[in-house]
Each structure stands twice: as C-alpha cells, then as structure tokens.
Design a protein around this ligand. Structure first.
Ligand code: FAD
Length: 500
C-alpha cells in the first residue's frame, strides 16, 4: 500500500496544475491518470490561450480570469505559448450593436483592444476574407496543451512525488464515511494498486461525476461535446475570431505547422461515447471559410472532438453556460474541481491548493504565477523553423522531430507506447498525421529493445485504426490522394490489413 498526503485523480491541465502547486508548497502527493497526460479534454482542445475577449460580453468574471492568466502564462510558460495576437473580424451583415457591446465589455473587464481597418487586418493576415468590414485586435495566443501538462508535472517528478499514468481509478476506499484512498488498475498489466491519502482531489473534468459516484457523491454538470478540424498548414499566423456572440465554427487557431478550426457544442451524456458528425465538419469548414476563404479549398487532415466539463446550468444553449469553475467540498475528504478553461487551469489549481492547505491548517503562499515552469530550457519553443538549425536524422518531417529527440523520450519515460512520444515531441501531429513517421518511431523503439517486432506491429495496427477514425471525415481531394499513398505503404510494404 502506498501513502501520500493528497491523491489527485486526472492528469489533464487541472490535475497537472494542482500537482505542480502542491509540489511547490511541499505537500507530498500522488497523481493518477488513466491514459497519458492530457488524454482527456485538455488534449482535445483548440489550443487557444484566451485573451478573455470571447467571454467579455456574456461572462465577464471568466473573461477577467482568462485575461489575467493569459498574462501570467506568457511569462511562466514561454515555451508553450506562441504570442500570435488575435483578431475579432466583422463580416458584412454581422451586428454593429454587438461590436459596440464587445468593445465596451472588453473595456470594463480590462482587456486591451484596438480597432483596425480591413486593409490593416489584411496586411497582418493576408488570407483573410477581403470583404471584412473591420477587425479588433486582442491579446489572444496559441498554446500547446500537451507540453503545458508535461512541464507542470515535471516539478512534481523532480520532487519525487508519485505519478501513475495509464492507471484507472476504479474504487474510492472509505472508512467511517470518509474517503481514505483509491484503488487503481494498471491499464497495461492489469495490476491493482491501493493508494491512501488524507485528501482526494477529483480533477477528472468530464468524468468528474463518474468518480464522485464511486464515493456516493454527485457533481452536477452539463457535458458539451465540441469538434475541431485541422488543416495541413498554417493559413494564419494570428488567432482569428468572428465578431459575433459565441457560436459554432467561430475561431481559427494557428498551432506550430497546422491550424485548428472550430468548434461546435452539443450536449452529451457520456464522455466515453462521443463521435464526430459529418454535419459538424461541414459547419466548421463553411464558417471558417467565411473568415478565411482558403479554408474551402485547403486540405483538412483530421477532425476530432472533446467534452467540455461545464457547471450545470438551466441555459439551453451550452455556448451561453459560464466558463467559470467551482470547487465542491463533498464533506468526506474528497473535493471535486470542475468547469473553467485550459486558460484558467493555473488559477483553478491555486484555489484548490489554497483549500487543501487550509484543511491541513498549513500556511504557504502559492508561487505558481511567479516561477517559470521547470524543464523549458531543453525545449526549442516556437517557431518551427528554429528547430531546423541543428537537425540530423529527421524522423518526423512535418514537426521536425529527430531521432535523438525520440530516443531521449524513450530513455526518459521508458515508454512502450508511441502515443507518449507524440504527446512529448509533436511527432505525427503535422500534416501527414503520423503516416510517414509512426513506423519510423516504432523502428527506433525496436532498435532500443523497448518493444518486440510483434508488439510494434500490434501498436501500428492500433495507431492506424485510431488515426483513420479522425481522418475519414476529411477524405477528399489532395488529402484523399495522400491517404491512398499512406495506405499503399502500410498495406503494400508493411502488409497490414485495411483499417475498419
Ligand atoms: C472542443 C473543445 C475546445 C476547447 N478549446 C479550448 C481553448 O482553446 N482554450 C481553453 O482555454 N479551453 C478550451 N477548452 C476547454 C478546456 O479544454 C477544458 O476546460 C480543460 O482542458 C479541462 O481540463 P481538465 O484537466 O479539467 O479535464 P481533462 O483534460 O478532461 O482531464 C481529466 C483527466 O481525468 C482522467 N480520468 C478520467 N477518469 C479517470 C479515472 N477513472 N482514473 C484516472 N484518470 C481518469 C482523463 O483521462 C483525463 O485525462 C475546450 C474544450 C473543448 C471540448
């Protein structure tokens, strides 16, 4: 049996942020995640470090939190954030009244804005629709959610706290009505572990009610699925938002080699049972195409979706539900933390750890806003072209990942899962979506004797199935042609069977 002061369930941005904060305040803890870090909503998000502009009109408190955190993350997470800046563009027919309301609301919240002419906007983003009436500049950024989680958890790892990925919590252990620990199953070996602690933090986002129910409690939530599509290159170097009330398909975010456009919002019951509907992809492409017309003839390389863990609300339209967060004290040694945004994860963690410190009767102030994230010095950061300088033995051409980097991750994590390399290096996240680099990475794992040839073939099969589930929504034109080439490589040269 393992013992810590605090158990955190969930390794998304919220859980990893809480772990870092606890580490800096010297509280021994154990984080348990059923997949890899960022395996849930965090890894399925748009990657927008909000300026707060999107929420200024309907949700000023969340907007202010976003703006403050945006300023903090630019400083402490320099290698995760690309300071792109953002534009809210007004298309012909978009309400002028909303424009006034937007500017006034941003002003009240304290978000700096600058109205620029369409000509100036087109100078900044030449691919913009030339018919835009005007644009408003805001301090939006692009952020890498995977890197953000890995760097947050690094502080806990460096201070010898316990981190279990690919371990699913299946039971909350109770004694005299109090939660005193959890049982978790290793997803690779089936081995069960028992971990005890004084406090349990449920940071499982969209799964929070499932975990709470293991302890006989409830977390009232509205689950809203959102889908996104990825283009094969950057169509804009700035974040582009539509100047209208939050709606489907109104944001385009550049991220490294690609662009992400979305999103949608549909109520769902179960976060493990979500799919993408063709109509969502159509809506996103046509709405994005109104802001950047090239969207209509650019290769879409993939679609994916995630589930927003929103606070329960009477509002019918999930676009209108608050992006604020809440800490629920279940009065039995377990806390749940739900709602919020990726942008506000650090603040959520700070408030959660303040609550934990108070319950331990300990005083030590939060330092996460002042201290830069550990481990950034060994990362290249943005932009992508910087990485080309000393590149040898390239494994992934799209994201410029070389053999040395792949070997470093394998040695550092001892992973037997190619997805873990992807989350830590961006291998396979670019235009070919792993088509040309996954088998190379598996070859390296073979050379290093981490996996056997039989295991790597099974992993390759699993990877192709997962990849195809996202790619099949984007199969037309050049993308279809490239996909056929990839298919010939895997079916013809590597003799794998067709994905189902
Ligand atoms: C489509 C979409 C786009 C978005 N875009 C943005 C954006 O651009 N900017 C922004 O600020 N916010 C965005 N958000 C919101 C943001 O992504 C989420 O609010 C945030 O990532 C939630 O993080 P989390 O750590 O609370 O939850 P999650 O990231 O979901 O983490 C919960 C973790 O718990 C784990 N877990 C669940 N059950 C168990 C178990 N039994 N045992 C162990 N582990 C378990 C899961 O595997 C998961 O990794 C977006 C959301 C969606 C859906």
């Amino acid at each position: 049996m393992i013992k810590a002061d605090v158990i955190i369930i969930g390794g998304g941005a919220t859980g990893c942020g809480i772990a870092r904060d606890l580490a800096l305040r010297g509280i021994p803890h154990c984080l348990i995640e059923k997949g890899d870090f960022a395996a849930g909503t965090t890894g399925a998000c748009h990657g927008l470090l909000h300026s707060g502009g999107r929420y200024a009109v309907n949700d000023p408190i969340a907007a202010r939190e976003c703006y403050d955190e945006n300023q903090i993350l630019r400083r402490i997470a320099i290698k995760c954030v690309e300071q792109t800046g953002g534009l809210f563009v007004r298309l012909p027919g978009d309400s002028k009244r909303f424009r006034e309301l937007f500017l006034r609301s941003c002003g009240e919240v304290g978000i700096p804005t600058e109205v620029i002419s369409s000509t100036k906007a087109l100078d900044l983003v030449p691919n913009l629709n030339p018919e835009i009436e005007e644009a408003i500049k805001v301090p939006d950024c692009s952020i890498d959610p995977f890197r953000l989680c890995m760097l947050n958890i690094r502080t806990s790892q460096l201070r010898n706290n316990l981190i279990f990925t690919r371990h699913k919590v299946t039971e909350i252990i109770k004694s005299h009505g109090r939660c005193i620990g959890v049982k978790a199953t290793d997803q690779s070996t089936g081995e069960a572990r028992e971990i005890h602690a004084n406090i349990i933090v449920n940071a499982t986002g969209a799964w929070a009610n499932m975990i709470a129910s293991l302890a006989g409690c409830e977390v009232p939530m509205t689950l809203a699925k959102g889908s996104l599509v990825i283009t094969n290159h950057r169509l804009t170097n700035m974040v582009i938002n539509r100047l209208r009330p939050p709606s489907d398909g109104d944001i385009i975010v550049p991220n490294e080699a690609v662009c992400l456009a979305g999103t949608t919002s549909l109520a769902v019951e179960n976060p493990d049972k979500i799919g993408i509907e063709a109509a969502e992809v159509d809506t996103i492409i046509s709405e994005a195409g109104r802001m950047i017309p090239h969207f209509n003839n650019t290769r879409i390389i993939r679609a994916f979706s995630g589930v927003r863990p929103l606070l329960k609300s009477q509002k019918m339209d999930s676009h209108e539900i608050s992006r604020g967060f809440r800490i629920i004290d279940h009065q039995n040694g377990m806390y749940s933390i739900v709602g919020g945004k990726l942008t506000t994860f650090r603040l959520m963690a700070e408030k959660m750890v303040d609550t934990i410190m108070a319950s331990f009767n300990l005083k030590r102030a939060c330092e996460t806003a002042a201290i830069p994230l550990d481990g950034q010095e060994e990362l290249s950061g943005y932009p992508l072209s910087k990485r080309l300088a000393d590149m040898k033995d390239i494994v992934c051409e799209c994201e410029l990942v070389n053999r040395k980097e792949v070997e470093r991750i394998i040695n550092q994590t001892g992973t037997r899962n190619v997805g873990d390399i992807t989350h830590r290096t961006r291998l396979g996240m670019g235009p070919c979506q792993g088509g040309f680099c996954t088998f190379r990475a598996l070859g390296i794992m073979n050379d290093m004797s981490v996996v056997s040839p039989e295991q790597s073939m099974a992993m390759l099969r699993d990877f192709l199935q997962r990849r195809f589930r996202g790619i099949r929504y984007a199969l037309w034109g050049d993308q279809l042609r490239e996909e056929q080439l990839v298919e010939y490589i895997y079916l013809g040269i590597l003799a794998l069977e067709k994905p189902k």
